[in-house]
Design a protein around this ligand. Structure first.
Ligand code: AMP
Ligand code: MN
Ligand code: MN
Length: 329
């Protein structure tokens, strides 16, 4: 089976070396983890434990409810106090910078040896060991490649975790980052017992009626600029109040906006505590990283985000101006 093309094979070897040598590990990922972050953390933990190693995991607030179905999610500690050093290394997955782990930085012991495993091209290489694959569609794919390199067998649970990582970060195998090797590894994960229908239902088939109604509100609120090439919507505290729920995950919403014919820059502005979370999805005519970097954010060329410490009105104006400036002719 053709393996994933590697941009940084030396990084992979260094990471495997580190994991082979160590006995005790802490794994952390970016705050408000998505499917790739949590799937990679749990999948890697399971692989290490299958080799007789000890692994702790921490995520601010524990595993988010929408990903609690992942095998092992209940074991994740919700505060830095769940870390029980000493560790031979701290493994940071799916985070472009150590600051992206936010509150969980406090779980990382001073002077700890950090192994940085990530697929953001903008990664700041903050580890003692850095394995960065900027062309990889997900960190989950990297963990799969790592298992192959180390010769560590997958089981059903690790396969489920890695499948969730891959299926979410590729937008269900629809983003241009999806490569032949992505489908081949997905096939292998299915061979290990992953049921795609079950996972699909767990991730995308559990919406409540209030949630669906917020989708309807968000569609109603879509605005456009640049002759329909830029489209955006917002999720405001008023909308949350009306629906009686708070939306904490914007991927579905921004994908909805992106699905409008002719849209090259899709944006979601979502009210979070004291700020606005911006999510951007683009076609090749606009670099989403450059757009979000204007606000101190980052991500991938076609999918990036930032947090704007502004009111919703200010954020909307600033984001649309930035999109207009970054959109090519
Ligand atoms: P999102 O729009 O939150 O789904 O994020 C899309 C991509 O952008 C993900 O790869 C994130 O890791 C990245 N990203 C989102 N927010 C930020 C941020 N504030 N700083 C750096 N990268 C971000
Ligand atoms: Mn992520
Ligand atoms: Mn990712």
């Amino acid at each position: 089976m053709p393996a994933m093309p590697l941009a940084d094979p030396a990084g992979l070897r260094a990471a495997v070396d580190e994991l082979r040598r160590g006995r005790r590990f802490l794994i952390v990922t970016h705050a408000r983890p998505d499917g790739d972050a949590l799937g990679s953390e749990l999948g890697l933990a399971r692989l290490l434990e299958s080799q007789g190693k000890t692994v702790d995991m921490v995520v601010d607030g524990g595993a988010p409810p929408d990903l609690a179905f992942l095998p092992g999610a209940a074991r994740i500690g919700g505060t830095p106090a769940h870390a029980r050093p000493p560790y031979d290394a701290v493994l940071v997955v799916d985070a472009s910078g150590l600051d992206r782990t936010e509150g969980m930085q406090a779980a990382v012991p001073k002077g700890a040896r950090i192994v940085n495993i990530d697929h953001h091209a903008s990664n700041s290489r903050f580890g003692a060991v850095n394995w960065v694959e900027g062309e990889s569609a997900s960190t989950g794919e990297m963990i799969y490649a790592l298992a192959k390199e180390a010769g560590w067998p997958l089981d059903r649970d690790s396969a489920v975790c890695l499948y969730v990582a891959v299926v979410t970060d590729t937008g269900r195998f629809m983003f241009p980052s999806t490569r032949p090797s992505t489908h081949l590894l997905a096939a292998d994960l299915l061979a290990h017992g992953v049921e795609p229908g079950t996972i699909h239902r767990a991730i995308w088939g559990q919406k409540t009626l209030p949630e669906l109604r917020i989708h309807a509100e968000a569609i109603r609120a879509v605005k456009t600029a640049a002759g329909g090439k830029i489209a955006w919507t917002r999720l405001t505290p008023e909308m949350f109040e009306q629906a009686g729920i708070v939306i904490t995950e914007g991927q579905d919403f921004v994908a909805m906006v992106k699905s409008i014919k002719g849209v090259e820059v899709a944006m979601l502005l979502r009210a979070v505590e004291g700020a606005v979370k911006l999510s951007v999805r683009t076609e090749a005519t606009c670099d989403a990283v450059a757009l979000c970097a204007r606000f101190g954010g980052g991500g991938h060329k076609r999918a990036a985000g930032a947090t704007l410490k502004m009111t919703m009105e200010e954020a909307e104006k600033a984001a649309v101006e930035a999109a207009q400036a970054e959109l090519g002719p």
